[in-house]
Design a protein around this ligand. Structure first.
Ligand SMILES: *[C@@H]1O[C@H](CO)[C@@H](O)[C@H](O)[C@H]1NC(C)=O
Ligand SMILES: *[C@@H]1O[C@H](CO)[C@@H](O)[C@H](O)[C@H]1NC(C)=O
Length: 302
């Protein structure tokens, strides 16, 4: 038996096991747990959120991303209980690192996302505009003074301890109809976004930075029935998804078969046999491909 044949057999078997375990909908992405209504790709999670959420590569690992018309943003935390998630836009400034932002931050008008409870700080603005604009909330102006104590203001072209009339705290409730943080109109070079002040409100090195967003699948009529089906799908080890074009509910089970309900083996054997015929034929194909690979490997050996 030549080394070449062994390599052929091993690579065929490896390709097979890879195709076998690859599932389009997964329950984790990097360190995040992914549950309904979020999903890891097309056909996963809720059809309302799916166009905006995907699992991608962030340079060192996998991470969920939110895509809007202004960019693609890494999702750093998710709370399913409160239906909120946090994104950390790469162009957002923090105390340790400030940089001019080439683009605005915005949400798509028709998307199921809304601004949460974080506050934007617009930085390095043209002084006359930022103080007179009705968008700026003077009662939070003290946050500007704190953030402007960070030495990284130098990278915005500002002097150390710059005058705070070049900074504006922009309340999310005031975001315009397109839900865009409009740096250009405000004549501001950069922005930061505050999730919480932590234990020490005057120490910006310990503030929590990020943009908080709420997600909602709304009051759709069949929303409750999908939520019920989905919890039984998830509790039997499945991942909730949907089948275009009707977007009917799908439970994607381990081993890449889909059912209309959940992944419990007895239920699927007794009641769901017709529905899984698609996947059983792909199982059959998969097995015959496996047998075929084996036969061809034997032929190569002979
Ligand atoms: C990439 O994602 C991983 C896993 O979610 C995370 O631990 C890591 O901090 C992220 N890396 C960057 C550069 O954001
Ligand atoms: C199961 O559903 C997923 C997500 O919608 C889809 O990508 C996959 O092709 C389906 N698999 C089968 C066997 O129907």
């Amino acid at each position: 038996m030549g080394v070449g044949s062994v390599v052929v057999i091993v690579s065929i078997l490896w390709a097979q096991s890879w195709a076998w375990t690859e599932s389009p909908c997964r329950d984790t992405c990097g360190s995040s747990q992914v549950k309904y209504p979020l999903g890891t790709g097309p056909g996963c999670g809720s059809p309302l959120l799916s166009p905006y959420i995907s699992c991608g590569w962030n340079g060192s690992g996998e991470q969920l991303f939110l895509k809007t018309h202004t960019g693609s943003y890494p999702i750093s935390s998710i709370s399913y209980g409160t239906s909120t998630l946090t994104v950390t836009p790469p162009s957002m400034s923090t105390c340790s690192s400030m940089q001019p932002s080439p683009s605005n931050f915005g949400l798509d008008w028709a998307s199921p996302f809304q601004m949460g409870s974080s506050s934007f700080l617009l930085l390095s603005c043209r002084p006359s505009l930022s103080l007179s604009s009705p968008l700026c909330d003077p009662s939070f102006h003290y946050l500007c003074a704190s953030l402007y104590t960070c030495p990284s203001v130098l990278s915005l072209g500002l002097p150390l301890f710059p005058p705070t009339n070049t900074c504006c705290v922009y309340s999310p409730a005031n975001l315009n109809a397109n839900s865009d943080l409009d740096l250009n109109t405000m004549k501001c070079a950069a922005y930061s976004s505050l999730l919480s002040l932590g234990d020490n409100p005057t120490d910006p090195t310990h503030w929590l930075y990020g943009v908080s967003l709420k997600f909602s699948i709304g009051g759709a009529f069949d929303h409750n029935s999908v939520t019920t089906k989905c919890s039984s799908c998830e509790s039997t080890g499945g991942v909730c998804g949907f089948a275009p074009p009707s977007n009917a509910f799908l439970c994607v089970c381990k081993g890449s078969y889909n059912t209309s309900l959940d992944c419990s083996p007895t239920y699927n054997y007794n009641h769901n046999h017709d529905y899984v015929s698609d996947s059983s034929s792909s199982l059959f194909l998969s097995i015959s491909w496996y047998v075929w690979s084996f036969i061809s490997a034997v032929i190569i050996l002979i």
